[in-house]
Design a protein around this ligand. Structure first.
Ligand SMILES: Cc1cc2nc3c(=O)[nH]c(=O)nc-3n(C[C@H](O)[C@H](O)[C@H](O)COP(=O)(O)OP(=O)(O)OC[C@H]3O[C@@H](n4cnc5c(N)ncnc54)[C@H](O)[C@@H]3O)c2cc1C
Length: 437
């Protein structure tokens, strides 16, 4: 099923395809004069608009998205709401404060989302009892040792598991070791963003299928859309890697295209062939390893491809090809389910930087930006989105300080060299991935 909303790359595949159709909000087609505009209604923009509405109850907050909510990374991710990030390599003593800073941001986002889900009764399979970090091959097993050290240094509660315990929990004999961290949540990502969009405060006006085509210079800021002009005192760009299309951070962020597949719903005896847990998530300790979930509605999802693909989604034909890679990885883990077909495949584009940093702050007078979380933006994007609303409003908080302390982005050359640099950057995550893919 493919239903393009507009010229921005989109389709109906993935987690959104598992949900009932949502009533989208109308596109903006008349001029507006507003104090605040947020561009992008992913997790960053939704959190930002919500917080602005709370800080400025007397103001109307305009929230614009080029696509329909749920069609960008925020509705297409694997649904891991991370509290404790993985960092590759041995624990670096001079980075411990930085690890703590990033985990404080993650935790702030996790708490915010948990509260918003509960207060608005968002039906999104939210489950906050952590997930597994797993290793099968030599490189991932080395990372496992580093990860255990890191958890000890940071005093993060966790439960190390050997091969037998992993098999008993997850139903696969592939993993040689792993650990379960009790904090962090699993969620149906499209249901989450639908719920967040549909429960925005009354002083937020959301318009979908409303791409901003140009951000003017000067004050107030003028935003040009195809059928309207918005004049706004302040604008917050929450567009992830697509901020480049409006001339912001174009040498610092690109999109990496990931793809995954879901099985059909497993039958009772198929579920019984798995481990003792009825719902779980497993993140590889190798950066190129597969991400897996057994979802609340009894599907297994597997995501194990990432590529530089011009920052757009895969076509149906390309996706079908990637599914053979998903299939091989699935059968290696669950030979007992080799006959279970995939029902859906999906792709999604995440924003990455060369040095893995995130972006936060003022870009120019009255123009602010938050984004680019390198595959870990569910909790972090929520925290960044909330904090950028605070920052643009002149508020201070621990999370604002933590976001401001993000390392500066590493420069990338312009196209066509950018394409080569991005290709190499994404490819490098699979180095020595071996069994973990
Ligand atoms: C397959 C996949 C798996 C992932 N798994 C995880 C995971 O398990 N856990 C995790 O923490 N992170 C994960 N991520 C990363 C995470 O999804 C992102 O970091 C996060 O969703 C980014 O949120 P965002 O709101 O900043 O950006 P987006 O979700 O990309 O939202 C940006 C919005 O801006 C809009 N936009 C762009 N240009 C314009 C314009 N000109 N005018 C108006 N609107 C515009 C877009 O349409 C979009 O809706 C994954 C990503 C992918 C792709």
């Amino acid at each position: 099923m493919t239903a393009a909303c507009n010229s921005f790359s989109t389709d109906r595949h993935g987690w959104a395809e598992l949900l009932p159709e949502r009533q989208f909000t109308p596109a903006l087609n008349n001029d507006q004069r507003v104090p605040w505009t947020v561009v992008g209604a992913g997790l960053t923009g939704l959190a930002c608009a919500r917080r602005l509405a709370e800080l400025h109850p007397e103001h109307n907050i305009l929230l614009l998205d080029a696509r329909c909510v749920g069609q960008a990374a925020s509705g297409r991710n694997s649904g891991f709401v991370v509290a404790t990030s993985q960092f590759p390599g041995a624990v670096a003593a001079d980075q411990v404060d930085n690890y703590r800073r990033i985990n404080r941001i993650n935790l702030a986002g996790l708490e915010l989302l948990g509260t918003q889900v509960a207060e608005n009764n968002i039906d999104c399979q939210w489950r906050r009892d952590g997930f597994h970090h797993v290793a099968a091959g030599t490189t991932a097993l080395k990372e496992y040792q580093h990860f255990l050290n890191y958890l000890e240094v940071l005093e993060v509660e966790h439960q190390p598991l050997d091969k037998r315990a992993m098999h008993e929990s997850l139903g696969t004999r592939l993993y040689q070791a792993g650990t379960h961290i009790g904090d962090g949540a699993l969620v149906q990502p499209a249901a989450l963003v639908y719920g967040l969009a549909d429960s925005l405060p009354a002083n937020v006006s959301l318009h979908e299928q409303s791409p901003v085509l140009e951000v003017g210079q000067g004050s107030p800021v003028k935003l040009r859309l195809a059928t309207a002009t918005v004049t706004t005192d302040k604008v917050i760009l929450a567009m992830n890697f697509e901020s480049a299309s409006l001339g912001f951070l174009n040498s610092y962020m690109v999109g990496s295209t990931l793809a995954g597949s879901f099985t059909r719903k497993l039958e009772q005896q198929e579920l019984e062939s798995l481990g003792s847990l009825t719902e779980w998530g497993a993140i590889s300790l190798h950066s190129g390893g597969a991400t897996l979930r057994l979802t609340a509605d009894h599907r297994i999802s597997i995501r194990n491809t990432a590529e530089y693909h011009g920052s757009v989604l895969l076509t149906d034909h390309e996706l079908a090809k990637r599914q053979s890679i998903h299939r091989a990885a699935f059968n290696k883990r669950f030979p007992q389910l080799a006959e279970v077909p995939f029902e859906f495949g999906w792709s999604g584009v995440e924003g990455i930087s060369r040095n893995g940093t995130n972006f936060f702050g003022r870009q120019r007078t009255n123009v602010y930006l938050a984004g680019g979380y390198n595959g870990s933006g569910v909790s972090r994007g929520t925290a960044f989105g909330t904090a950028i609303a605070d920052y643009a409003s002149g508020e201070t908080s621990q999370t604002v300080s933590d976001c401001l302390a993000s390392a500066p982005g590493a420069w990338m050359p312009p196209r066509p060299l950018l394409d080569i640099a991005a290709f190499i950057r994404v490819r490098s995550r699979f180095k020595d991935v071996g069994l973990d893919r």
